[in-house]
Design a protein around this ligand. Structure first.
Ligand SMILES: [Zn+2]
Length: 365
């Protein structure tokens, strides 16, 4: 933790600074997560990363996911141009690998040998894979109800799996207690600012597409991809490499929509079970960042029903040949609504990240 480092932490609410450390998850001032602040101006050849060497030391080939046009669904919705960015074609089958590469590289730099994490499934599988590649021991706390495919994936990478009964939050609470009792670092991917910085590459890849993108819809639970994309687009505009940031829209399940309550006003709805397990986050610690990023880009929020999510998962597979998990299909259900209410028009150029593979979860949801 030398003073010569080119980056430091700042509290997401008040901006108070702190030295960057993979072990420090909450600001003393506000008890909230940090974001990274860089000393050097953005150059925009590639995203700035909070690593000593400026690039990841642990990689499994993440990033640079393909973009393909969804011609049939675009036509069905009356859109001239609709693309999917196939984030599920990542090493462990979800976009989380972008963040795991940075977080595990930072952990290695800090001398971590063993750590604790909690996840709805995909992030746990991803961090387990990167921990295996780096020779680290991982303890992963997950809801006992997580899909079998995700649990098997965590186990096969050699991580110790800790299934926890109850809602998603119960796994978080158990992980924190375990880390404290065992005196192990808690590398929460939702709290650590290192993880989110890995998401900036998503924006850099979109900026390299032949034409501009007007709208992007994200399924959001903790919102790491949306916030990371906003930070990436911010670096690109700062460096003069991008004229206009796309509108970033947040899609949540009707059953779990704390971000939409903040974004659109009104009381938070009661929490109900949803098939979109990857975004069933009742208390997202970076909520203020998600809301700020959506507002700053002129985006909006939309809640979608489980029935629509499952129908769009089926339709994406049956008409375009893309098999995503239920959570990912929420973006399509959200798009249908924003087209119907006129927020997105026929001439808009729209992109959806297909965040996770359908192969890990049973078709029932
Ligand atoms: Zn603060």
């Amino acid at each position: 933790m030398s003073e010569a480092r080119a980056f430091s932490f700042r509290c997401i609410r008040c901006g108070a600074g702190a030295p960057a450390s993979v072990f420090n998850l909450f600001s003393k001032c506000c008890q909230l997560p940090f974001e990274i602040e860089y000393r050097d101006p953005a150059a925009a050849a590639s995203p700035r990363l909070p690593l000593n060497r400026g690039h990841v030391s642990v990689s499994l080939g993440e990033g640079n996911t393909p973009v393909i046009e969804l011609k049939k669904i675009g036509a069905l919705l009356g859109l001239g141009k609709l693309w999917a960015k196939l984030e599920y074609q990542a090493p462990t089958g979800s976009f989380k690998d972008r963040g795991s590469a940075v977080l595990v590289s930072a952990a290695v730099e800090a001398g971590v040998r063993e750590f604790v994490e909690d996840s709805s499934g995909n992030a746990g599988a991803s961090l387990s894979a990167y921990a295996a590649a780096a020779g680290l021991k991982a303890h992963v706390f997950v809801p006992a109800s997580a899909a079998r495919g995700k649990l098997d994936q965590i186990a096969v990478f050699g991580a110790t799996l800790h299934p926890v009964e109850g809602p998603r939050q119960a796994a978080t609470d158990a992980a924190r207690r375990f880390a404290e009792a065992e005196r192990l670092p808690y590398l929460s991917h939702n709290l650590s600012p290192y993880f989110g910085e890995g998401m900036k590459g998503f924006a850099f890849e979109i900026a390299e597409l032949p034409g501009p993108i007007d709208q992007i819809l994200f399924p959001v639970g903790n919102g790491s991809l949306l916030v990371g994309a906003a930070r990436g687009f911010g670096e690109l505009t700062e460096a003069g490499k991008l004229a206009r940031i796309p509108q970033l829209h947040a899609v949540q399940a009707e059953g779990v929509r704390p971000l939409l309550a903040l974004l659109l006003g009104g009381p938070a709805a009661e929490i109900r079970p949803t098939v979109a397990s990857g975004i069933a986050v009742s208390n997202p610690p970076r909520a203020s960042q998600v809301v700020a990023a959506v507002r700053r880009t002129g985006g909006t929020g939309v809640a979608v029903a489980d029935g629509a999510i499952l129908e769009w998962r089926r339709r994406l597979a049956a008409t375009e040949g893309i098999f995503c998990e239920a959570t990912s299909a929420a973006a399509l259900a959200g798009l249908e609504q924003l087209v119907r209410n006129g927020h997105i028009g026929p001439s808009d150029r729209v992109l959806l990240p297909i965040t996770g593979s359908g192969l890990k979860e049973p078709l029932g949801g």
